[in-house]
Design a protein around this ligand. Structure first.
Ligand code: BJ8
Length: 470
């Protein structure tokens, strides 16, 4: 082991993990050791955070169980991949510390007087949060937890994503939710809208943001009013008055991380793809948790490495491997089921038309304005372009799926709908019809977070991949 990196050749594959800037060497070495504990199937996180989790009110036994499952899943799905870019070591590190060091950082920020805001949706403008020196974090929504308890207060036919948010709350296993000074819910789909009426009694600090359902001038006015109301709420929470200088800085920080992840996305056009879809998805998922400046730096470093892989024509899948575009509902950590099934069936995923992917990050906020009014308007315009299926009609999404299919030289589209997600499942049929009419092979998958349908999904995905191979 060196001070800045660690090399372990005992695990069959050489792994080198660079220490990211901003991390103390001793913490880094401890954390990297924990990554190898993942690989050796030991307990993923040590005792040192237990008092912090206790103070946050987590159920330590349930939380241990969750971390055990997460560690095992990460081992089986991520660490089992071959020819990963070395830069993925950073994301392994972040995942190994997702409930540990990152929470400690948030607690330190809070102790220094800064605020943490939790969100469930890309419509919550991070620029405004950063402008007030606060931190926006995505809340845990990617795994089933305490489902029996959840189904006592939510209808069984609610999507897994919403149930997951409630399960993490009822099971007391989400340190992000427990450390948030404000939790922002948004009136997007009916499931979320109605569930916030119940969530407000479970958390002390829920703020609900209304959102338009149509891309009309009236819809834009709703978004405008809501973003100005949100700015005021953030100012009140933080005690910081957001002026143009602060907002410009907030836009710059968030734009930089969007640019970095978009750079990574564009590199996936190469054949062979320089990175697996699973690894690229992980980078997109970490977007919602990590310190934005450190994240930007780490993604750009991995992009440099991917550029050199492209020059050498190397990657985790051979040249000519079938290329798949995923489109549909967002996949939050640790929802890796469908990408894992797809990539262990011989295809490589080259893009995600999703909020944890291009839909969430492709657009930048214009930072040329000099007044609060101009900059706020730029934030409104940027977010008004997000083509979530809650909008009606929503033609831009189909156009983006087609555009990504062409640009990323995909061979087929897998449309991913979470069971009981009305907006995306309703759109999946016209999307499939329109794509098929243009000769684009499309597979519609509706699933949940359970593994019961793994075998059935694998059979369908393998057949689809065989078909697109021609
Ligand atoms: S902008 S996609 S992040 S709302 S899966 S809860 S839609 S029933 S997550 Fe989303 Fe914002 Fe839209 Fe993006 Fe409802 Fe569907 Fe569940 Fe969903």
């Amino acid at each position: 082991m060196t001070k800045n990196g660690l090399v372990d050749e005992k695990i069959g594959q050489r792994v080198r993990i660079e220490r990211p800037s901003g991390y103390d060497a001793s913490i880094w070495i401890r954390s990297v050791t924990r990554i190898f504990d993942f690989q050796k199937r030991r307990k993923p996180m040590s005792e040192e955070y237990r008092s912090m989790w206790n103070e946050l009110g987590l159920d330590l036994d349930a939380h241990d169980m969750l971390l055990g499952v997460l560690g095992k899943g990460y081992q089986d799905i991520y660490l089992a991949q071959k020819d990963r870019p070395e830069g993925m070591g950073y994301f392994d590190f972040v995942l190994s510390e997702v409930h540990g060091l990152r929470i400690k950082e948030l607690m330190d920020e809070k102790a220094a007087g800064r605020k943490v805001i939790g969100s469930f949706c890309v419509f919550v403008p991070e620029e405004i949060v950063r402008a007030a020196d606060a931190t926006l974090v995505g809340l845990c929504t990617g795994a089933d937890f305490a489902t029996e308890e959840v189904e006592k207060i939510l209808p069984r036919n609610t999507c897994s994503l919403i149930k997951s948010a409630f399960g993490f709350k009822l099971g007391k296993v989400c340190p992000y939710l427990e450390s948030a000074d404000m939790i922002v819910g948004e009136n997007t789909c009916d499931g979320k809208k109605k569930s916030y009426e119940i969530l407000k009694d479970l958390v002390p600090n829920l703020y609900v943001m209304d959102l338009p359902q149509m891309k009309s001038s009236e819809g834009r006015a709703v978004l405008r009013a809501e973003y100005f109301r949100f700015k005021e709420a953030v100012e009140e929470l933080t005690g910081v008055t957001i002026d143009a200088k602060r907002l410009k800085k907030g836009i710059e920080i968030v734009n930089n991380k969007r640019k970095a992840i978009h750079r990574l996305s564009l590199l996936r056009k190469a054949d062979p793809a320089p990175i697996s879809g699973l690894d690229a998805l992980l980078a997109n998922q970490v977007f919602f948790y990590d310190d934005p400046v450190r994240y930007t730096d780490s993604v750009n470093k991995i992009c440099d490495e991917l550029e050199s892989r492209i020059e050498k024509m190397t990657g985790p899948f051979p040249k000519g491997a079938p290329r798949i575009l995923m489109s549909g509902c967002p996949m939050a950590v640790p929802n890796w089921k469908l990408p894992w099934i797809t990539e262990t069936s011989g295809a490589v995923i080259v893009g995600e038309e999703s909020c944890v992917g291009e839909r969430g990050t492709r657009n930048l906020t214009d930072d040329s304005g000099n007044t609060i009014e101009e900059l706020m308007q730029a934030i409104i315009e940027r977010h008004f372009k997000v083509d979530c299926a809650i909008f009606t009609p929503n033609p831009d999404r189909l156009a983006h799926v087609e555009e990504m299919f062409r640009e990323y030289k995909a061979d087929g589209v897998i449309h991913y709908g979470l069971q009981f997600c009305q907006p995306y499942i309703a759109e999946s049929m016209p999307v499939e019809k329109a794509l098929e009419a243009k000769g684009i092979p499309t597979l519609r998958i509706d699933t949940d977070y359970g593994m019961e349908d793994e075998g059935q999904l694998k059979t369908r995905v393998e057949a689809f991949i065989e078909m697109v191979k021609g």
